[in-house]
Design a protein around this ligand. Structure first.
Ligand code: PMP
Length: 325
């Protein structure tokens, strides 16, 4: 079978080494004779694994002790509700950066450093003058180093850079806990989650385990600093292929170009279907752009090896020369 590179924006490809390990221990994890997904989340062996995964994530992101790490359900959209329920007192307002402007009287300021759909990345962390900064890092977490202390809260759905869908990571500064609105459902309450080590209800146990494997994989690779270098090289290679060929286009200003989600357009859009079909025949999957923006999008998260980007670039060059007038 042709080697497949999956450019899906999420759920996205996972490191092959991780998938192989998961396969090997699928029905007999740690000599328990059971799959990890069949074990109680309260068993000592599961809890030890869960704690190790958290410790590895703390290590990878240099998360200080005054931050809680929560393993939640509900995806990114779950957090769209959980954040205001926990952080926004009745009668107060919050600011959401959409076009880069915000005011200072807010309970918190929310922004999305990497916009998955449009392929736009904001590298500078906004200065909020003491107002807690909340970031949706669903499509950028662990892809490059960040200073966690600049944030009040970070959240990320796992299905792009961490593991399978069904798990959401929340990193929250302790002083922001304890102010949830009365109407907050208990499974969305950060304080309840923190007090119960994310096990107030049954967590997504298999996704947590797989995330733990991904964290170990990343640590072995040299951590976030090392993967950031690879991610930079991958993005440069692909943008170079787009910019150097008038057959393709990406009009996003250089400094705001995402290193994780790279949209591009064929100047002759009537060739879109042909491009996608032939790409799939080469094992280059899920390149169709988001339905809102059209065109193509290559998501090149941590698990995408540089060989995948090289294969895409080769294909793009060949397709352009075969289809140019
Ligand atoms: N935030 C970002 C940046 C995303 O890219 C997505 C999904 N693509 C979401 C939130 C929504 O995540 P979910 O589907 O897990 O609710």
């Amino acid at each position: 079978m042709t080697e497949v590179f999956n450019f899906c924006a999420g759920p996205a490809m996972l490191p092959k080494a991780v998938m192989t390990q998961a396969q090997n221990e699928f029905i007999n994890w740690n000599n328990t004779g059971s799959s990890v997904m069949e074990l109680s989340h309260r068993s000592s062996i599961y809890m030890a694994m869960a704690a190790e995964a958290e410790a590895d994530l703390r290590d990878l992101m240099a998360i200080p002790d005054n931050y809680k790490v929560l393993f939640c359900h509900g995806g990114g959209r779950g957090q769209f509700s959980a954040v205001p329920l926990n952080l926004l007192p009745q009668g107060k307002s919050a600011d959401y950066i959409v076009n880069g402007s915000w005011s200072r009287d807010a309970a918190y300021v929310h922004y999305c450093p990497n916009e998955t759909v449009d392929g736009i990345e904001i590298n500078d962390i906004p200065e909020t003058y003491g107002v807690p900064l909340v970031a949706d890092m669903s499509s950028t977490i662990l892809s490059h180093e960040i200073d966690v202390t600049k944030f009040g809260l970070i959240y990320a759905g796992a299905q792009k850079n961490i593991g399978p869908s069904g798990l959401t990571i929340v990193v929250v500064r302790e002083d922001l806990l304890g102010n949830a609105q009365l109407a907050t459902p208990c499974i969305m309450n950060y304080e309840t989650s923190a007090d119960n080590d994310s096990m107030y209800n049954t967590p997504p146990t298999y996704a947590w385990y797989l995330a733990g494997l991904v964290f170990k994989w990343l640590k072995e690779l040299g951590g976030v600093k090392a993967i950031a270098k690879i991610n930079k090289a991958k993005a440069e290679l692909l943008y170079q292929a787009i910019d150097s060929n008038s057959f393709y286009q990406n009009n996003i200003e250089q400094q705001y170009r995402s290193k994780m989600n790279i949209p591009f357009w064929l100047v002759d859009e009537s060739l879109n279907e042909k491009f996608l079909t032939q790409a799939e025949q080469q094992g280059l999957m899920a390149l169709k752009g988001h339905r809102i923006v059209g065109g193509m999008r290559a998501s090149v998260y941590n698990a995408m090896p540089i060989e995948g980007v090289e294969a895409l670039v080769d294909f793009m060059q060949k397709f352009a020369s075969e289809n140019s007038l």
